[in-house]
Design a protein around this ligand. Structure first.
Ligand code: BTN
Length: 323
């Protein structure tokens, strides 16, 4: 059923003119009544479908509300989002993907919600995820990598988000170590990576992406309003969430595939290109000392590399940076 709907969307998408019910029923190997039922489901999703006697069907316009169909429509990817679940409201997309992973769902499965009522941030923080205002999405990955390389997936994701924002707007995003996306010094997106692993092998990774997209002034919780923002607030424009998600998924797939083929080097360079305050001096507090240092970049294990005023190099795994 699911894949027939996707094939139907693909067939309609390929056509500039109408395609008859008979042609569709033959191409999909289903009855004409079944074609008609699928059309009604697409209409429920908000597609405007023109049906003309003796000519057939044509999609006139696609809806702007996010749904499984509208997201998969026009999603030109090989493996990511081929299994996609959309929900109006969930506690957290992370928990759903963990469950799907345990049920054996494949690499690239995506769960996206309009709203999360128990959105999770890093360090057990809450992630505010109001209805229809952002991208609240988790991706299931089954990489054939050792657990030590898991931080590279988070860094990779940060470069994907920065790249897509960069290409789709005049905004200049930056990545604050380890993986916050900032615009005009305020956080607009975060990444939460959760992993199930054995000693030397990752079983699966749940990669959670939260992006504040269309919140307006006053819609960011007051506790964090001084340091968080949305893409709309920073760009002055409303963003099309559906197109944005499609871009993220296709850029993610390309970047991930080349990372698996060619390794981390290119991701490292890309991360550093967007790195917040890379090349600048900041104050750093670790368990051992407080010191001033110039941020140099990242290491393959995800550490932040800094050079102190005596020229000593420090690899930082957990430190407070006074940005
Ligand atoms: C951070 O603290 O910066 C990470 C935020 C990650 C939020 C996303 S929204 C989709 C996914 N589901 C969650 O509950 N959290 C992540």
């Amino acid at each position: 059923m699911e894949s027939t709907r996707k094939q139907l969307i693909d067939l309609l998408k390929e056509q500039d003119s109408h395609i008859s019910g008979q042609q569709l029923s033959e191409a999909l190997d289903i009855s004409r009544t079944a074609v008609w039922k699928h059309m009604n489901e697409l209409k429920k999703d908000g597609y405007e479908i023109e049906a003309i006697q003796r000519k057939g069907y044509k999609i006139v316009s696609s809806p702007d509300k996010v749904s499984k169909n509208t997201l998969q429509w026009g999603l030109n990817t090989k493996w990511i989002g081929q299994h996609l679940y959309h929900y109006p409201q969930v506690e957290s997309t992370q928990d759903i993907v963990h469950q799907l992973a345990k049920e054996g769902k494949p690499h690239g499965t995506v769960v996206i919600a309009d709203e999360q009522v128990k959105g999770k941030g890093r360090m057990a923080r809450e992630w505010h995820s109001p209805e229809g205002k952002g991208v609240w999405m988790s991706i299931l990955l089954r990489p054939d990598l050792p657990p030590v390389q898991a931080p590279q997936l988070t860094l990779l994701t940060a470069t994907v988000l920065a790249n897509v924002m960069d290409k789709r707007s005049a905004l200049v995003p930056s990545i604050k170590w380890p993986n916050d996306i900032l615009v005009h010094h305020k956080k607009v997106a975060g990444i939460l990576t959760e992993m199930q692993a054995e000693q030397d092998r990752i079983q699966y990774v749940v990669l959670g992406i939260g992006i504040n997209v269309n919140q307006e002034d006053g819609e960011i919780p007051s506790m964090i309003a001084h340091k968080a923002s949305s893409l709309k607030m920073e760009s002055g424009e409303k963003w099309d969430i559906q197109e944005f998600v499609q871009s993220i998924l296709s850029t993610f797939e390309k970047t991930y595939d080349s990372f698996i083929e060619e390794g981390f080097q290119e991701i490292k360079q890309e991360w550093e290109r967007y790195g917040y305050k890379i090349g600048e001096k900041v104050t750093i507090s670790t368990m051992r000392r407080d010191f001033k240092a110039t941020l140099l970049g990242i290491e393959a294990d995800g550490a932040l590399l800094a050079k102190d005023e005596q020229g000593e190099m420090e690899k930082l795994y957990s430190a407070e940076i006074h940005w």
